[in-house]
Design a protein around this ligand. Structure first.
Ligand code: CAA
Length: 263
């Protein structure tokens, strides 16, 4: 499929790279881009399991992952339109977060406002050493609208989230790594190769198993511990219905590599 503001390409069988691409605006998210993102997510969601095993999300160019929502478009919004805009962005980011396949954010520069919110909707974040993270909306007289207040505190804790969102100050990749917002910092040239290597490693695992882990970690995070444990045991037991779990355990016993096929 062809889009104007992003490219989705299959790197190899089952491994997809989605590149946000509006270089004239540091890949800022206008309404059209958010719609295209929704279509790309839907496209991957509809693929058979073995044809969509991992996704890497990155930005075009060397300067930005995504520099936020498009300020030049937002300036003309009335309050009701702004509510619809925020709700749309939140819905699409939630769809990304809920995709059954693992999603790695490869943050190659500025991840500000909606850009940080987009990265926070991925399963984990790798960053280039020139990356910068922040929620600068308060400097525009605004606040985050695509889940930033909600997800950042869950990842880095209340006080750091409050500090970042209330001051609007950016942090560098090194600090982002220290607070566990970023899982690995790499020289820019090594970022995508490293994300691809991790994605390939994820693709050697049982796809249903990876999807179940993703869902249980996410859904179990916000509920009471007994409910979360029940969710885990139920998901654990369901995997025993599928051939891939037999294959994985048999391969271990036979001292060979498992050949998963999504069944
Ligand atoms: N929206 C629209 N255009 C943007 C943009 C954005 N978020 N960010 C950058 N651009 C445009 C600039 O206007 C500029 O275009 P022109 O050449 O036509 O003037 C071009 O991209 C290059 O940007 P700069 O010249 O500003 O580049 P720089 O290196 O000097 O600065 C930057 C880089 C620090 C990222 C700076 O561009 C910046 O501060 N951008 C805005 C960041 C921001 O405030 N993001 C939050 C947006 S609000 C939001 O996201 C709300 C939400 O949660 C839903």
């Amino acid at each position: 499929m062809e889009w104007k503001n992003l490219q989705l390409k299959m790197e190899e069988n089952g491994l997809w790279i989605l590149t946000m691409s509006r270089p004239q605006a540091l890949n800022a998210l206008n309404r059209e881009t958010i719609l295209e993102l929704e279509q790309a997510i839907h496209f991957l969601q509809e693929k058979p399991t073995m044809e969509a095993r991992a996704l890497i999300l990155t930005g075009s160019g060397e300067k930005a992952f995504v520099a936020g929502a498009d300020i030049k478009e937002m300036i003309s919004l009335e309050a009701e339109e702004a509510r619809l805009f925020a709700e749309k962005g939140q819905r699409v980011f939630r769809q990304l977060e809920m995709l059954r396949l693992p999603v790695i954010a490869a943050v190659n520069g500025f991840a500000l406002g909606g850009g940080l919110e987009l990265a926070l909707s991925c399963d984990f974040i790798y960053a280039s050493d020139n990356a910068k993270f922040g929620l600068p909306e308060v400097s525009l007289g605004l606040m985050p609208g695509f889940g930033g207040c909600v997800r950042l505190s869950r990842v880095v804790g209340l006080n750091k989230a409050r500090e970042m969102a209330m001051t609007g100050e950016m942090i560098a990749a090194g600090e982002a790594s220290q607070i566990s917002l970023v899982q690995k910092v790499l020289p820019a040239a090594e970022l995508l190769p490293f994300a691809i290597k991790t994605a390939k490693s994820l693709m050697t695992r049982g796809p249903r198993a990876v999807a179940s882990v993703k869902r249980v970690v996410l859904d179990g995070y916000d509920i009471d511990i007994d409910g979360a444990l029940a969710l885990e045991s139920s998901s654990f037991s369901q995997l025993f219905q599928f051939k891939d779990s037999r294959e994985g355990m048999t391969a271990f016993i036979e001292k060979r590599k498992a050949q998963f096929n999504g069944n």
